[in-house]
Design a binder for this molecule. Structure first.
Ligand SMILES: N[C@@H](CCC(=O)N[C@@H](CS)C(=O)NCC(=O)O)C(=O)O
Length: 263
């Protein structure tokens, strides 16, 4: 049985979870709230050289996949690759340019949708506490509440969650969304042509926090629960061709979570 370690609502984790569900793999999810993931990932990494820091994350970042015979895979793209090649149809990386596009969206879009989410979430901590109640154990949700001020300080510093960062990130999201819309403007159904690939899975995952697709594999707040400003961003992005594309890709290609584990 595989274990997928996640920060449950993270879009990088959704990318890995989606690949597992798409390939019909049985797994259990060890879900954490941010910061509380560190001890578990460190424990799982002991004695292994898996895990490396990148611009978006630390060596202890999630998603992190553990499997039979000491298998350890970190980094969402590597998990998607492993799952697709070992259990899936092996097609996700086939279209030319798909991996490069995925790399681009992971680096140029993911950190910005994440910063926007934290900016709005820190303004309404009650929403984060509800997310904890919906996604992790009662005990963990209580610890998260108790350490919230310290965790918030840490994330604010590490991810530059402030008004200027929010504005910059909103601009970056609009820029990548326009780029994607331009790519799709010739009527192609997917980013690399006729075939669904890691570029679509990666883009849709990175864009998901800005459009909140109903099929997302973790509990997210309903847009109505968010501030008027946050709702405005979601409405804008849902109406954008790249946002509409994200919603379509989730609708058509995101199977229900844990479908293999449940059967
Ligand atoms: N390159 C990584 C980035 C993943 C990432 O940024 N994960 C965040 C969740 S949104 C995380 O776990 N951050 C905590 C950390 O870096 O320790 C991947 O694609 O897997």
């Amino acid at each position: 049985m595989y274990e997928l370690v996640t920060i449950c609502f993270s879009h990088y984790c959704e990318k890995a979870r989606w690949a597992l569900d798409r390939a019909g793999v049985s797994y259990r999810e060890a879900g954490f709230m941010p910061v509380l993931h560190f001890p578990h990932v460190a424990w799982k990494l002991r004695g292994s050289d898996a895990g490396s820091a990148d611009v978006a994350s630390s060596r202890y970042s999630t998603p992190f996949l553990c499997g039979p015979d000491g298998l350890r895979v970190s980094d969402s793209r590597e998990i998607v690759r492993y799952v697709d090649q070992t259990h899936g149809d092996g097609t996700l990386f086939a279209p030319k340019g798909a991996e490069d596009l995925d790399r681009r969206y992971a680096a140029k879009l993911g950190p910005h949708t994440r910063r926007i989410v934290y900016w709005f979430a820190f303004a309404r901590p009650a929403l984060l506490f509800e997310l904890a109640d919906a996604n992790v154990s009662r005990a963990q949700a209580l610890v998260f509440r108790a350490f919230y001020p310290a965790g918030k300080r840490m994330l604010t510093r590490a991810l530059s969650i402030d008004e200027a960062g929010y504005q910059k990130s909103l601009g970056r999201v609009r820029q990548v969304a326009d780029e994607v819309a331009e790519r799709l403007a010739d009527g192609r159904p997917y980013l690399c042509g006729d075939r669904f690939s890691v570029a679509d899975l990666g883009f849709a995952s990175m864009m998901a926090p800005a459009v909140i697709p109903p099929e997302y594999g973790a509990d997210l707040p309903a847009p109505e629960e968010l501030s008027a400003e946050a709702q405005g961003v979601i409405e804008e992005m849902r109406a954008h061709p790249a946002g509409a594309f994200t919603l379509r890709v989730f609708r058509d290609h995101r199977p229900p979570i844990g479908s293999a584990s449940a059967s």
